[in-house]
Design a protein around this ligand. Structure first.
Ligand code: HEM
Length: 374
């Protein structure tokens, strides 16, 4: 049973199961030798609505068969898979209308990136637990500007009470990468939210862009999260998206030829020309350092200076597929850091048809606005 659940209840009923709820395959945790199994979520059923904190959902598993009739077992889940899927569609629409891919990626990363593998207890260990929704954490210097990402996502959160903030932030980030033309991220969901601002991590767990020794600093911070040199380089490739704004982080130019017309709020300095398109141009551009209008932070430059980082950075500059594969793996890892899943194994929503059977994917349209000179 998940740690944040009340004890499960079991009821017997003489009636056979006649549920009209959605069907899904039984999970090992809920199978009681059934002849048929159905799941439904009490949060979407008025007559069965449980008294629970908002971050807890009760999953009711009804098993019928044998002389006993139906057996009903309940367990808790953090988010409702059906609502997660609907929220993903709303996020896609949000991305289409606001071009907010970069800031949503940064939001997910900054919620997860506070993780400290040397602390066992949740939520003290930090990580993807939704703590970044609280003012106290948004006011950390590293999070300057992320309040805008929160404002974009709050209406979606309000619409889907059955989705935790922790899941919503990671869902938004992974969806933004995918919609920008990046790889499919092997995500899972079911992250439990922290409940109050006192559970936020202390300031100072995220990396600085200009520390005295950038490569050492990157290792200090990312090794603390349990990540590797390969993860550091691959994840840094997320800077293929977005801009830095001097009024937020202190880094970057107020505007460049690539950012002065937006889309989205104009201004800032991007790392790449097409900063709404996820590809490997970040590695090509920071290697060349030829365009004054493109940004290279000290921590970006370190990827081609440090001998171990350089192996990956050079590879990604010439091999986009290698970058995509490693990025997808590292992003999924990042999104799980420190998270408490309920059910403990999490759940996936990847039920799209396999690529061979899928229709031709829709062309990514935001990209055509991102360079101004296609
Ligand atoms: C390696 C250490 C990192 C440092 C020092 C760093 C630093 C920064 C800085 C200074 C900005 C500009 C923020 C602003 O002015 O609005 C920024 C933006 C951004 N960062 Fe990082 N970052 C790092 C790693 C990452 C990682 C791991 C990801 C995601 C996986 C990421 C994703 C982004 C994105 C997408 C933006 C653009 C945000 C926007 O356009 O609004 N960064 N980062």
């Amino acid at each position: 049973m998940a740690a944040n659940c009340l004890p499960p209840t079991a009821t017997l009923s003489g009636a056979a199961t006649t549920t009209t709820h959605r069907r899904s395959p039984p999970s090992p945790a809920t199978t009681v030798s059934p002849s048929s199994v159905s799941f439904h979520f009490l949060s979407s059923s008025a007559s069965l609505k449980p008294l629970r904190l908002s971050h807890q959902r009760r999953l009711k598993v009804r098993v019928s068969g044998g002389d006993l009739g139906a057996v009903v077992v309940t367990k808790c889940v953090a988010s409702d898979p059906v609502q997660i899927k609907s929220a993903r569609e709303d996020i896609k629409e949000l991305l289409r209308t606001t071009f907010s891919h970069p800031i949503l990626v940064r939001l997910g990363w900054h919620d997860a990136g506070t993780y400290n593998k040397n602390i066992e207890e949740w939520p003290q260990r930090g990580g993807a637990n939704g703590s970044l929704r609280f003012d106290v954490e948004q006011k950390h210097a590293a999070n300057a500007g992320l309040v805008n990402a929160m404002k974009l996502l709050q209406p979606i959160k309000d619409k889907y009470a059955g989705v935790t903030y922790a899941d919503l932030f990671q869902l938004a980030s992974a969806t933004a990468i995918e919609e920008a033309g990046g790889p499919k991220i092997p995500m899972k969901y079911g992250r439990v939210d922290v409940t109050g601002p006192e559970q936020c991590p202390e300031e100072g767990r995220l990396p600085d862009a200009g520390p005295p020794s950038p490569a050492d600093h990157l290792r200090d911070v990312f090794y603390r999260m349990g990540l590797t040199d390969k993860d550091i380089v691959a994840l840094s490739g997320a800077h293929t998206l977005g801009r830095s704004r001097p009024e937020r982080s202190g880094w970057g130019k107020p505007e460049t030829k690539y950012t002065k017309d937006g889309p989205g709020a104009p201004g800032g300095q991007s790392w790449t020309v097409k900063w709404l398109r996820f590809d490997n141009s970040y590695f090509k551009d920071i290697k060349e350092k030829r365009d004054e209008d493109l940004l290279v932070l000290p921590t970006d430059a370190a990827l081609f200076e440090d001998p171990s980082f350089k192996v990956y950075a050079e590879k990604y500059a010439v091999d986009e597929k290698a970058f995509f594969d490693d990025y997808a793996e590292a992003h999924a890892k990042l999104s799980n850091l420190g998270a408490k899943f309920d059910p403990p194994e999490g759940f996936t929503i990847n039920d799209e048809p396999p690529p061979a059977a899928a229709a031709t994917p829709e062309k990514f349209v935001a990209a055509k606005y991102s360079s101004g000179k296609d």
